[in-house]
Design a binder for this molecule. Sequence first.
Ligand SMILES: NC(=O)c1ccc[n+]([C@@H]2O[C@H](COP(=O)([O-])OP(=O)(O)OC[C@H]3O[C@@H](n4cnc5c(N)ncnc54)[C@H](O)[C@@H]3O)[C@@H](O)[C@H]2O)c1
Length: 367
Amino acid sequence: MTVDTVHVDLPGRAYDVRIGPGLIARAAAEIAPLLHRPRVAIVTEETVAGLHLAPLQDALRGEGIESAALILPPGEATKGWPQFTRTVEWLLDRQVERGDIVVALGGGVIGDLVGFAAAVVRRGVRFVQVPTSLLAQVDSSVGGKTGINTPQGKNLVGAFHQPALVLADTSALATMPARDFLSGYGEVVKYGLLGDADFFAWLEDNGPRLRDDDSALIHAVKRSVQMKADIVMRDETEQGDRALLNLGHTFCHALEATTGYSDRLLHGEGVAIGCVLAFETSARLGLCAQEDPSRLRAHLAAMGMKTDLADIPGDLPGPLALVDLMGQDKKVVDGQLRFVMARGIGDAFVTADVPREVVAQVLADAG
Ligand SMILES: NC(=O)c1ccc[n+]([C@@H]2O[C@H](COP(=O)([O-])OP(=O)(O)OC[C@H]3O[C@@H](n4cnc5c(N)ncnc54)[C@H](O)[C@@H]3O)[C@@H](O)[C@H]2O)c1
C-alpha cells in the first residue's frame, strides 16, 4: 500500500496530509508521534460512526491508545451553536489537555465543527482531521478554516486553526452515497478550472471511472490537495490568492441560501453549477472563449451532475433576487461584490469589475 504525502508548509504550523487506502487501519502509527499520552478524543456523526468508527478505535486500541467518542447527528444542521456547545463541553468533561489530540472523523460538517471546538477549548488544542467524504478529503480538511453556521448565514463564526495532521483514507470513500460523492467531485473539478487545465483534461478522461479505479481516485485527491495546499501556503488568511478557491461559490451561496441549505441542492452541486455560471459570465464579458462553458457543461453532464439552474428541483427566485442574495456573500469587500472570473479553463482571477446586469442576464438565460 502506498501512501502519498502533501506537506503544508506553514511557518510554525506545518503538517502533512497523508493520502491513500487503509489509513484508518493504520491511524495509530500515524497519530502516535503526536501524542503526549496514549489517549485521544474522537468526535464523529452517526452515519460515519456506523461505518468507520469501530475500525478506527480498534486500530488505536491495537497500539495501546485509549479513545472515547462523541457521536453527533449527521447533516449540515449539526454545524451550529447547540452541537458546538455540546462538543466543547464534552471535550472539557473528558479533561482534554493542551497537549492532547482531538480527532475529527467525518465529512466537512464534522471537520469544520470539531476544528472550531479544538480552536477554542483551552484556547486551542491540536486536532487531526480524518476526512471521510470526497469533499472533506479534497477541500475542507486542508487549510485550517473551521467554523459553524448561525441563523445569519453559513460559516459566519469560526477561526483559522490548522490541523496537526490529515489522514485522507481513500478507501473510506467507497461507502459514500453516489450523490454525495458527485457533490464532492464539484470541488475537484473546481481545482482544474481555477488553475490547472491539464488536470481538467485528465478529469474529462478519468472522472467517470474514479469510483472504480483506486489509483485514479488517489491521483484526483492528491492533485486537489496539492493545489489547495499551494494556495493556502501563499495566502493562509485569504488576503489575495486564496479567494480563487471561491470559484463558483458566490453563485453557489445564493443558490444554497434560496434552497434553504437543504437536500434540494448539496454544496458541491451548487459549486459545479456556480462554476458553469462563472464561465458563462466570463464568456459573456469576452474574458474566455465561448466554448469553455460548453466544455465544462459537457463534462459535468458526462459525470451525471447538475449543470444548470433548471436542474435544481422546485422554484427559484428571479435573476435579480438571486443577484441580491449574492450581495450577502462574505466576499463582499467595502460593499463591492468580488467575483472569480476566468480567462480560460485553468486560468481564474478575482475581480470586482462584473456588471450586475450581465450576471442577471446569465442567470435569466440559465433558468
Ligand atoms: N473548511 C473549509 O475550507 C470548507 C471547504 C468546503 C466546504 N466546507 C464545509 O463542508 C461541509 C460539507 O462537507 P460534506 O459534503 O463532507 O458534508 P457532510 O459532512 O454532511 O457529509 C456529506 C454526507 O456524507 C456522509 N458521509 C461522509 N462520509 C461518508 C462515508 N465515508 N460513507 C458514507 N457516508 C459518508 C455524511 O453522513 C453526510 O450525510 C459544509 O458545511 C461546508 O461549508 C468547508
